[in-house]
Design a protein around this ligand. Structure first.
Ligand code: PEP
Ligand code: MG
Length: 843
């Protein structure tokens, strides 16, 4: 190490010293606050990021000056002080300054045993963390404690061929150097970058006078907190251990005692009521003045309390919400602060069951975390088996290569879904999120054999039908067995926080809801309407699927109409229910979108059943199904193309919507349905559909003697629709950007197949993220901006929204706010996240 230069970037922490978070780190700043609150904090010197950086580079600060405040025989600790405490840092080192001279003094003062333990602890930490020696060489049996320090000194000399350093200044210099270097090491940097720290994040260090915790009178150390880390409810908890230092009490098991009086055993409150009272007062002050729930580390030295440190109480997401709301309700922080303190995605933990953080994870596969939450159940390989499980009330996990609309009933019956293929907007992912069902897609490291009903995990283990698996859709992990779970935790504090968020938010949040159950969920989460009802999902109920298939198989328009007439009352009833549930809020219904063959069976068994139901020879059915298949179905006969070539379907849907409007409006306020045309590419498509829908509306008005309005809009899902938005807007009351198809078509990437290579693409930096997961603000975003401005140029009051799967993410909400959109629409379970994110962006 070089001789020290002139820098003096360290300072004794006093109430008036100039100490900022970004120069000295969070711990130093927090200690200053505690000192300002008159808490009994031992003398502390703070080293700045610049000082620590210089030390790592080989410079030596003025160690003697740094040690000066600690007297003739200094005894100090060093702790890290990074800018954000969550970024971590090297572990604390205690008892720096212990040497033979101080040992002799302490033997007289606190006894031989206690002095030896202090010395031993320091030699051990120094040997392992500074001299980088093997820990085993410094472990001695408990009973030999009194001479353990001497044994450790000898071991040190044996290992290094040098005596243990006796000069406190040298000891401190070496400790500082090793901590500074550890922070700059690659693994520490990667670890903190994973927690969001910038690559050049600085480390400060604090050097603090030791409060002994060992020796005469009541001496010991402990940790106290004032709220429960899991629930956030007010509750004093912690541990205390006599004759100990640092955080020893937390790892001492039954040797440590409780903090408050407790039926289960002795407590600090019984042992030393005065110190206990003082601690409670400190805790109260911390909450009031630091405006946070803190965890406080303390030492009692011969009956006197010392507060060594306070950190933000580590907490679950659920506790974070409760704590923020309680602090706001106690007028300690503002409601805005409470809103800003919660990471929106953390709400997922409250909305869904999760694998317990402490549970052991036996991971057998990975995939895209398509729908959050966790579920365990028996492995099944078909929708029919999932339904059979549900009938027996056995939880199950449905595993498919990929799901198709045929699997929808199986998905409803299962507790979780796993697919080998697919991406963020594939069928399983969209339905999973809609249902709030944990789902992993694109799990390419598992191997599935649906014929033998087996699954081989990434480590080669074989699983059979009926084996228990767990889907962690939050992390995208497939786990063997059923680890411990934490239940969803929606409580009054969650509702309160979101209620506050709504008062600040300046962009609407609607839900994508296809069924009455979805609509109810959307309402429970206070969505401001339905932004996308994918009507095709209504046709997968068993009784409807048969009629739907009849309709598809009809050769003549009159036969098709006959089938559609049977579907009409079912659709009408669906819409009446949606309108009733939404109680006058806007409901945007998208006309039929998918290719018709999605409603046809793909398996031989399914084809046979269909032949039976339609009373047709199997060969006819097979031929017809083959005839309908397309090379690129997502770019084929779907959306408005169906509406134009098979117009009877849209006619029926429009009639169902209008008849339901009249029916539901009888109950109270007039309902104005929104009807949306999918996959538009040209103005003429809109004109053709609009003409027919207007005609249906006129017919229904006459037939029922009722009057009603409706709003017709277009889904902008093709690049051409975005580019030609000025034409299209002429006939549209609103434009809703379907970013799933728009991403697919902008990139020319199949939303169902991209999962196969997306990981490789992201890994090699071709795309920064999966664009089906994180909206591509540059490319797709530009189309969103072009579409919005061209649409508005001809119709300034046109309503703009997005309804693809990106709708609920903070980044896309930010983008939409800036582009002047009116609302975003997302899966019901994402509505709370979107409400909170939108409020944070507005604050
Ligand atoms: C979209 O394409 O963004 C959309 C919402 O429609 P779907 O996912 O049903 O194709
Ligand atoms: Mg679409």
């Amino acid at each position: 190490m070089q001789k020290h230069s002139n820098f003096k970037d360290f300072t004794l922490i006093t109430p008036t010293a100039s100490i900022s978070n970004d120069q000295y780190g969070g711990r130093a700043k927090c200690l200053q606050r505690l000192i300002r609150l008159d808490m009994p904090v031992p003398k502390t010197v703070a080293l700045s990021f610049a000082a620590v950086h210089a030390i790592a580079a080989g410079q030596l600060p003025d160690i003697a000056g740094m040690m000066a405040p600690f007297g003739k025989f200094p005894l100090v600790s060093v702790r890290p002080s990074s800018q954000d405490p969550d970024w971590g840092g090297p572990g604390a080192i205690l008892n720096i300054g212990m040497n033979n001279a101080l040992y002799d003094i302490l033997c007289n003062k606190i006894g031989h045993g206690a002095a030896s333990r202090l010395y031993l602890r320091f030699i051990q930490s120094y040997a392992v963390h500074v001299a980088r020696l093997d820990a085993e060489a410094f472990e001695f049996p408990e009973k030999s404690n009194s001479d353990a320090a001497q044994l450790a000194l000898a071991a040190y000399e044996d290992e290094t061929y040098e005596p243990f350093p006796q000069d406190p200044n040298q000891q401190l210099a070496e400790v500082l150097r090793s901590m500074a270097r550890a922070w700059e090491g690659t693994s520490a940097r990667l670890l903190r970058q994973a927690k969001g720290a910038p690559a050049d994040a600085g480390l400060g260090l604090v050097v603090q006078q030791m409060a002994l915790g060992l020796g005469a009178g009541e001496s010991g150390s402990g940790v106290i907190q004032f709220a429960d880390a899991t629930t956030g409810l007010a509750k004093i908890a912690g541990r205390y251990l006599s004759q100990s230092q640092g955080r020893d009490a937390l790892s001492a098991g039954s040797k440590a005692i409780y903090i408050t009086k407790d039926k289960r055993g002795p407590s600090l409150e019984d042992l030393t009521p005065a110190a206990f009272e003082e601690l409670i007062t400190c805790g109260h002050k911390c909450r009031q003045r630091l405006r946070e729930e803190m965890q406080v580390e303390f030492t009692i030295e011969n009956g006197n309390l010392h507060i060594l440190d306070a950190v933000r109480l580590p907490r679950s997401s659920r506790a974070a919400v409760r704590i923020a709301v309680d602090l706001a309700e106690d007028n300690i922080i503002s409601t805005q602060d409470a809103i800003l303190r919660i990471e929106p995605s953390a709400l997922n933990e409250l909305l869904h069951r999760q694998v317990d953080d402490t549970a052991i994870r036996d991971c057998i596969g990975h995939g895209i975390a398509a729908s959050p939450g966790a579920a365990s159940g028996k492995l099944v390989f078909s929708a029919a088996d999932a339904q059979a499980c549900a009938a027996r009330e056995e939880p199950c996990i449905l595993v498919r290569r990929e799901t198709t609309p045929e699997d929808i009933r199986g998905m409803h019956a299962a507790q979780g879904v796993l697919t080998e293929r697919g991406g963020m907007t594939s069928h399983a992912a969209v339905i999973g999120r809609g249902l709030g069902l944990p789902c992993i897609v694109g799990a390419t490291d598992i191997k599935l054999n649906t014929r033998t009903k087996t699954l081989i995990g990434s480590d080669g283990r074989l699983f059979q039908e009926g084996d228990i698996l767990t889907i962690d859709g939050t992390r995208g992990q497939v786990l063997a067995g059923a680890p411990q779970m934490v239940e969803a935790g929606l409580d009054d504090s969650f509702q309160k926080l979101l209620g506050w968020a709504d008062t600040y938010r300046d962009i609407g949040v609607r839900a994508n809801a296809d069924t009455p159950a979805d609509a109810q969920t959307a309402r429970n989460f206070a969505a401001e309407g339905i932004g996308l009802c994918r009507t095709e999902h209504m046709f997968f109920e068993t009784d409807r699927l048969i009629v739907m298939r009849e309709m598809i198989f009809a050769d003549r328009p009159q036969d098709r109409r006959a089938s559609l007439e049977r579907l009409l009352p079912m659709q009408r009833a669906d819409f009446v229910q949606l309108f009733d549930i939404m109680q006058g809020m806007p409901v945007c219904i998208r006309l039929f979108d998918p290719p018709l063959h999605e409603f046809l069976p793909s398996s031989r068994e399914g084809l046979r059943e269909l032949a039976e139901a339609l009373d047709l020879p199997m060969s006819d059915v097979t031929a017809r199904v083959e005839e309908m298949s397309e090379f690129n179905p997502m770019l084929g006969m779907r959306g408005v193309r169906l509406g134009i070539t098979v117009p009877e379907i849209y006619d029926m849907q429009a009639r169902a919507i209008f008849e339901a409007t009249v029916e539901a409006s009888k109950g109270g306020q007039a309902i104005v349905p929104e009807i949306m045309i999918p996959l538009v590419t040209a103005k003429r498509e809109v004109e053709l559909v609009k003409t027919r829908i207007d005609a249906v509306a006129a017919a229904v008005r006459t037939e029922l003697g009722a009057s009603f309005d409706y709003r017709l809009g277009v889904m902008v899902e093709t690049p051409r629709a975005a580019l030609r938005a000025a034409d299209i807007a002429q006939h549209s009351a609103f434009l809703s950007f379907g970013t799933n198809d728009l991403t697919q078509m902008t990139y020319g990437l199949s939303r169902d197949d991209a999962g196969r290579f997306m990981a490789a693409y992201v890994q090699q930096g071709v795309y920064p993220e999966d664009p089906f997961h994180v909206m591509d603000l540059d490319g797709v975003g530009e189309l969103l901006e072009i579409g919005a401005s061209r649409g508005r140029s001809v119709k300034p009051d046109i309503v703009l929204s997005i309804c693809g799967e990106h709708g609920g993410t903070p980044a896309s909400i930010d983008f939409c706010r800036k582009a002047g959109y009116d609302y975003v629409s997302c899966s019901p379970f994402r509505v709370p996240v979107a409400r909170l994110a939108a409020a944070q962006l507005a604050l």
